[in-house]
Unconditional design. Structure first.
Length: 228
């Protein structure tokens, strides 16, 4: 009898607490702890020789727990990104989507994201950094992807083709890891996987960037050379 009174008091206390907490917290608690409480209650009743009630409660609790578990979103790995840096820009390449964006590192637009600028503002920035071949190539990559007709609004003297690879010979191992979005000492297979994933998004044959493709190829070659 005392045991029954104890469980009754415990149940009333729990119900009072559930009623007083905010609705969102109540729903979240019932979703996670509800199945456990039902299973425990069924277990206690079964131990007290009330299996006719306790055993069905255990079955209900297990079914509830399985249903909640099936509704949980599958956790996905954080989107992997690569970084390509020049004197004036830092560009990011998303491995999953192939999208690119960048941050201006110098001048009047320092700290501004390219995605927040208009085509006219980017062309103005283009004129500001045209003494830096790598920055120009990165800007052309961005413009070609999001403003494919940008050359129609610029004079022939304001742009050049993306064939400058002068900075590749001086690429460091650390820069190569950043370009491929890898941690130092990555295994050769990880290097190949990152290279293949990135090339799908930036290969010129798929409407991507010749300059970025060359950068990615150079990064792969540098890191694989380190392994031999």
């Amino acid at each position: 009898m005392v045991l029954y009174l104890f469980f009754l008091l415990l149940a009333m206390t729990g119900l009072f607490w559930l009623v007083t907490i905010p609705a969102k917290q109540r729903v979240a608690f019932l979703s996670t702890a509800g199945p456990v409480l039902v299973i425990l209650t069924g277990g206690v009743l079964t131990l007290l020789r009330r299996g006719a009630i306790g055993f069905p409660l255990i079955i209900v609790g297990i079914s509830w727990w399985r249903r909640n578990r099936s509704k949980r979103p599958i956790s996905s790995k954080e989107s992997q990104k690569s970084t390509v840096r020049s004197a004036n820009l830092e560009m990011e390449l998303d491995h999953d989507t192939g999208e690119i964006d960048g941050t201006v590192l110098t001048g009047r637009l320092k700290g501004i994201r390219l995605s927040s600028l208009s085509a006219e503002e980017i062309l103005s920035l283009y004129s500001d950094v045209r003494s830096d071949p790598d920055s120009i190539s990165l800007l052309e990559s961005f413009l070609d992807r999001y403003y494919p007709d940008w050359r129609d609004h610029a004079s022939a003297d304001d742009y050049r083709s993306q064939d400058d690879t002068s900075g590749f010979a001086n690429m460091t191992e650390q820069e190569a890891y950043q370009i491929l979005g890898l941690e130092p000492n990555a295994a050769p297979e990880e290097i190949h996987q990152a290279w293949r994933r990135l090339m799908k998004g930036v290969h010129p044959d798929s409407g991507g960037s010749a300059f970025l493709a060359a950068k990615i190829n150079a990064a792969r070659d540098i890191l694989l050379d380190q392994d031999f």
